[in-house]
Design a protein around this ligand. Structure first.
Ligand code: 13P
Length: 251
C-alpha cells in the first residue's frame, strides 16, 4: 500500500514571520494525523524559519524549485545543497507556473530531477495539461510526454522513490476541480506510463498526488480514488485548519 502524501505549496505567499506562524499552526492542526506524510513548501526565504518551526514534528519541509548545477553564476537560483542545509527533505519540480512563466521544459525538469536525486532530496514532479489541451482531447499525450521527458535517464530504483503530482492547469487556483473520475483516469494513465517505462513494481510504488483546487469539501472524494495517493495543495494550504482537514481526509 502506498502511504498518502499531502503537501502544501505556499507559492509566493507569506513572509518569514508569517510563514513561521503558519507552520506552527500546521504542526498543531495535524497532530495525531498518522499514516500520511505531511509536507509544507514555503518560499525559499522562509525555509530556515519554517524548518525550525516543524523540527521534532511529523511535518516535513520542501522547497518549490532548485537549480541543476551545484553552484555558480545563476543569479536568482538556489542549489540542492542550499536547500538541504535549510532543512529541506523534498523539492517541487516542474510546477506548471514555472513552465508557464519561467520557461521550464521537460528537459530542464529532467536536469533538476537528476540533481535533486543525486543530492538526496525527494522530488515532487508536476505534470498536467492546459484547458486547450483538455478541450482538444490530447490530455493523455501531453501528460505522457511530460512524464517520459521528465524522467528520461532515471533508473528504476530512483523512479520508485518519486512523488508525481498531476495538476491540470485549468484547475489551479480557479475553483474548478477535476472530477474524481477525471483525475483518477489520468492518474491511472500515468501509472501505465510507468509500467511502460519501467515495470509494475515501480508503477505501484510511485505516489501520485492530485493538485488543483483541492479543498476540505472535495478532498475525500478525490483521495478516495484508487490511483490518487495524496494532494498538492495551493490556496487551501495557506490556512492551517483547511490544510489539516485535507490531511485528515487522506487517512
Ligand atoms: P490551488 O490548490 O490553489 O488550486 O493550487 C494547486 C497547486 O498549484 C499546488 O501546487
Amino acid at each position: 500500500m502506498r502511504k498518502p502524501i499531502v503537501a502544501g505549496n505556499w507559492k509566493m505567499n507569506r513572509t518569514s514571520d508569517e510563514a513561521e506562524t503558519l507552520a506552527r499552526g500546521v504542526v498543531d492542526a495535524v497532530l495525531g494525523a498518522d499514516g500520511v506524510d505531511v509536507v509544507v513548501c514555503p518560499p525559499h526565504t522562509a525555509l530556515e524559519r519554517v524548518s525550525g518551526a516543524v523540527k521534532g514534528s511529523s511535518v516535513g519541509l520542501g522547497a518549490q524549485n532548485m537549480h541543476w548545477e551545484a553552484e555558480g553564476a545563476y543569479t536568482g537560483e538556489v542549489s540542492g545543497a542550499m536547500l538541504l542545509t535549510c532543512g529541506c527533505e523534498y523539492v517541487i519540480l516542474g510546477h506548471s507556473e514555472r513552465r508557464q512563466y519561467f520557461g521550464e521544459t521537460d528537459q530542464t525538469v529532467n536536469k533538476r530531477l537528476k540533481t535533486a536525486l543525486d543530492v538526496g532530496l525527494k522530488p515532487i514532479v508536476c505534470v498536467g495539461e492546459t484547458l486547450e489541451e483538455r478541450k482538444s482531447e490530447v490530455t493523455d499525450q501531453v501528460v505522457r510526454k511530460q512524464v517520459t521527458g521528465g524522467l528520461e535517464g532515471i533508473l528504476a530504483n530512483e523512479a520508485q522513490t518519486l512523488v508525481l503530482a498531476y495538476e491540470p492547469v485549468w484547475a489551479i487556483g480557479t475553483g474548478l476541480t477535476a472530477t474524481p473520475d477525471q483525475a483518477d483516469a489520468v492518474h491511472g494513465m500515468i501509472r501505465q506510463v510507468l509500467v511502460d517505462l519501467y515495470d509494475e513494481t515501480v508503477a505501484q510504488s510511485v505516489r501520485i498526488q492530485y493538485g488543483g483546487s483541492m479543498k476540505p469539501d472535495n478532498a475525500a472524494d478525490l483521495l478516495g480514488q484508487p490511483n490518487i495517493d495524496g494532494g498538492l495543495i495551493g490556496g487551501a494550504a495557506l490556512d492551517a485548519d483547511s490544510f489539516a482537514a485535507i490531511v485528515k481526509a487522506a487517512i
